[in-house]
Design a protein around this ligand. Structure first.
Ligand SMILES: NC(=O)C1=CN([C@@H]2O[C@H](COP(=O)(O)OP(=O)(O)OC[C@H]3O[C@@H](n4cnc5c(N)ncnc54)[C@H](OP(=O)(O)O)[C@@H]3O)[C@@H](O)[C@H]2O)[C@H](O)CC1
Ligand SMILES: [K+]
Length: 473
């Protein structure tokens, strides 16, 4: 699995692409640099296809790529015409504006209507497209499709939905030069696709960064951001589920229930006294149903009751549309239950728990840890946060590493806080994004806590995570 896997998977949807762009920007790689590379690539590929070029330019980033390509093609001695059917003041992107000015200084001819050429380059609608092409892009796509020329699309054919490939009216490309990684919509067109490296550093793909905090916006209805139940605690370990629950609440869950034997006073949280698998006067399943729980965090501090409770939770999850976080003691009993989790769960093992999950010993070597994370994800059909000095997040064919955090986060309760945050984020997003954002944010919070207070206690993490989650929109 590890050998042929790409970090973050083979195809990048619009959100993943945006995450990687933001991560690059945070590493000092500007959009202007990427756009220059993108356009230069297109020009190089296009140059051999003809002597005259008509470039259809939109007002977004893809239009910018087209303008760079126009400039380079003109400098290479080709006859270049640009059709920009908008007003200059409609351009929102600074980099696209700059490249319009630069194209004007580079021997490019600006035309007012569709003009004959050997090659048509589509620089109209890219990953910023919303819905069916509207005028004037619509007419230009239609005219191109009726015209006999060699047709090149930048990034993806205009009109296509980048994530689904849906296409009522699309630019009919002979060749597609896609930026950095193919988009899911191109899956069935891969024989026409060239992937252009536009200068995004490997680190932006391989490691989590601020772009991985691009969660779905919060829902406006109460409950749409998660009704979380934390099931944990025992006579011996009373605090763990409360830390997890408080973390879930502060990370944005709408309602958080704690099903645990011992009460602690947190007015934000709702306590349900649990004795074994009984919750107040109900069975566990009845309680979950009654509280209309849609995310379950199970494991923290469960001790000897873990097997029975985890079994019941998994049974419940099979019947109902709930997301799961399995942590601590629930991870220890998972191999014995031997259940696949159907891609709606996040597992949060450290190395020791990972080794138990796989039934083999593991060392700290990065390669082995990446393999282990993939293997756990495969065998349990779940996303995995393998915690450690370098965390590994793996989910089906996707994997990414994380270096945020520090040695102060070895204190008790750190893992409980993390599982609670995952729970909260599962309330509003899919496991891959919940796992990525949590891993980055909890580590980053640890760094901020040590900087500001000299420690990274769970309480400090719980206070700081919301701020980090908020830092990117
Ligand atoms: N991936 C990278 O690292 C880089 C990619 N680049 C290129 O940039 C585009 C994405 O740029 P973006 O500005 O986000 O989006 P578009 O170029 O697709 O432009 C969107 C504009 O089109 C308008 N729009 C949206 N939907 C429609 C529609 N259905 N019909 C007509 N017009 C539409 C929209 O205008 P609004 O006023 O409606 O908001 C936008 O102005 C990416 O695909 C790459 O090609 C860069 O090179 C940087 C690096
Ligand atoms: K870490």
């Amino acid at each position: 699995m590890l050998n042929n896997a790409r970090f973050r998977g083979e195809f990048y949807d619009v959100r993943e692409m945006r995450a990687v762009e933001l991560n690059s920007a945070s590493l000092g790689f500007s959009e202007e640099l990427m756009m220059e590379n993108a356009g230069a690539w297109v020009a190089k590929v296009a140059r051999s296809k003809g002597e005259s070029f008509l470039i259809l330019v939109g007002k977004g980033g893809k239009g910018g790529d087209g303008l760079v390509a126009a400039r380079h093609l003109a400098l290479m001695g080709a006859e270049v015409m640009v059709l920009f059917p908008y007003k200059e003041c409609e351009i929102k992107k600074e980099t696209t504006k700059k490249n319009l000015e630069r194209a004007k200084m580079s021997g490019v001819r600006f035309v007012k209507e569709f003009t004959e050429a050997d090659v048509i380059i589509d620089a109209l609608l890219g990953t910023g497209v919303k819905g069916m092409p509207r005028s004037p892009a619509k007419e230009l796509i239609e005219q191109s499709n009726d015209f006999n020329a060699f047709k090149i699309a930048i990034d993806l054919p205009s009109g296509m939905d980048p994530d689904t490939g849906e296409c009522e009216l699309c630019f009919e490309a002979d060749l597609i030069v896609t930026m950095h990684a193919p988009k899911p919509g191109l899956k069935n067109l891969m024989d026409k696709v060239i992937v252009a490296e536009i200068g995004i550093p490997k680190r932006a793909d391989q490691y989590l960064g601020p772009g991985d905090l691009l969660l779905r916006p919060r829902g406006i209805r109460k409950g749409s951001n998660g009704r979380v139940a934390v099931i944990g605690g025992s006579k011996r370990y009373q605090g763990a589920p409360w830390i997890s629950a408080l973390a879930a609440f502060r990370a944005g869950a709408d309602l958080v229930y704690v099903y645990t034997p011992t009460r602690m006073d947190f007015p934000e949280l709702i306590w349900r006294k649990r004795t074994g698998t009984r919750v107040e006067e109900m069975s566990l399943k009845e309680a979950l149903e009654k509280d209309r729980i849609n995310v379950i965090v199970v494991g923290p501090g469960l001790a000897e009751e873990a097997l029975e409770i985890t079994k019941e939770v998994l049974e419940y999850a099979k019947e109902k549309d709930v997301s799961l976080v399995l942590d601590a003691d629930s991870l220890k009993v998972l191999p014995e239950i031997g259940e696949k989790l159907g891609w709606k769960a996040v597992l949060t093992p450290h190395l020791g728990e990972a080794s138990k999950l796989l039934g083999r010993s593991l060392t700290d070597s990065p390669k082995e840890r990446m393999e282990a994370a993939f293997d756990i994800s495969d065998s349990f059909e779940a996303c995995v946060i393998l915690k450690g000095p370098i965390d590994v997040v793996a989910c089906k064919d996707k994997l990414v590493l994380n270096t945020t955090g520090n040695e102060y986060m070895t204190v008790g309760g750190t893992g409980d806080a993390l599982s609670g945050v995952v729970g909260a984020l599962l309330g509003r997003d899919e496991p891959w994004w919940a796992a990525k954002a949590t891993t980055y944010a909890v580590g980053k919070s640890g760094e901020i806590c040590v900087e500001e207070r000299g420690h990274a206690s769970p309480t400090c993490l719980i206070e700081t995570v919301p701020k980090v989650l908020h830092s990117v929109k």
